[in-house]
Design a protein around this ligand. Sequence first.
Ligand code: PEP
Ligand code: MN
Length: 339
Amino acid sequence: MIFVLKPGVAQPKIDDFAQRLEERGFKTFLSTGTEHTVVCLIGNTASIDMDAVVETNDIVEYGRRVTEPYKAVNRNVHPADTMVKVGEVVFGQGMFQVISGPCSVESEEQIIAVARSVKASGATLLRGGAFKPRTSPYAFKGLQEEGLRLLLLAKRETGLPIVTEVMNQTQLPLFEDIDVIQIGARNMQNFDLLREVGRFNKPVLLKRGLANTLEELLMSAEYILSEGNNQVILCERGIRTFETATRNTLDISAVPLLKQKSHLPVIVDPSHAAGLRGLVSPLARAAVAVGADGLMIETHNDPANALSDGAQSLDLLQFDVLMQDLKARIEFEGKCLGN
Ligand code: PEP
Ligand code: MN
């Protein structure tokens, strides 16, 4: 249940209203919009007489029951788009960001070369896996702490903020200087990890699980917001279906659906969706057309010899060609690339 307050109510009155609801056994959180503050009530609200609350509290404009299980991420609770700020770089509210870089950080030469090139092409954040979740225990697991160090070196060289994946909560202290914490598809329902990143006070990129519904994705985001961190970017990266021609199936309708249901920014990762570099550009264009707030695209200076995901990685020239093509499309959608 939510109570939308009248415009301009003073904070002490809001706090007092929320506290009285908490005394009745509910958890509350506030969503502050440009005009209205919304008080959201979590718990079994069946016992609450909503109309009586509205009538007896003159700061309340109206109440509404939120039937979806996700509350904090719900567009009904927070009608305006949430802006996720990574320094100067903003996701949401008409801004469009492109995260690019290799699947795995492999060496200093590699990450610096890729970072410089993708920046020149127009990418606004650098990605690169330092801790890699791999299906085979014998596959390359990433350079780990050394990988994080190299990413920060690339940031110093180019100024690009860094997006990289954390695999478990014990690694989090190593991520203090990382700009965006990625939760990978395989960890989308690692609820302890979600809680920890909810307390970590850094933007989170939450990828959809391999076989998870949109409601499950939103519930995972809810874990992070319910710990006090609303800086969450959702990422559609393809789901498992009966189709084997592609690595996964890009669920393009996820983008407008997520944006209808939630106020969080939504980006698309066409690389992991397709698994094939020839599909990355068409899928990226589709993502722009359906209203995504950004893209994550794997790039490599030598895809044929990449230690992971070479088949889906664009080389640096292919990425440049794609970016030149996307710029006009992003503008056509009324969005603005960069900051
Ligand atoms: C990745 O982005 O490197 C990655 C492992 O992606 P996903 O979790 O979507 O498979
Ligand atoms: Mn990858």
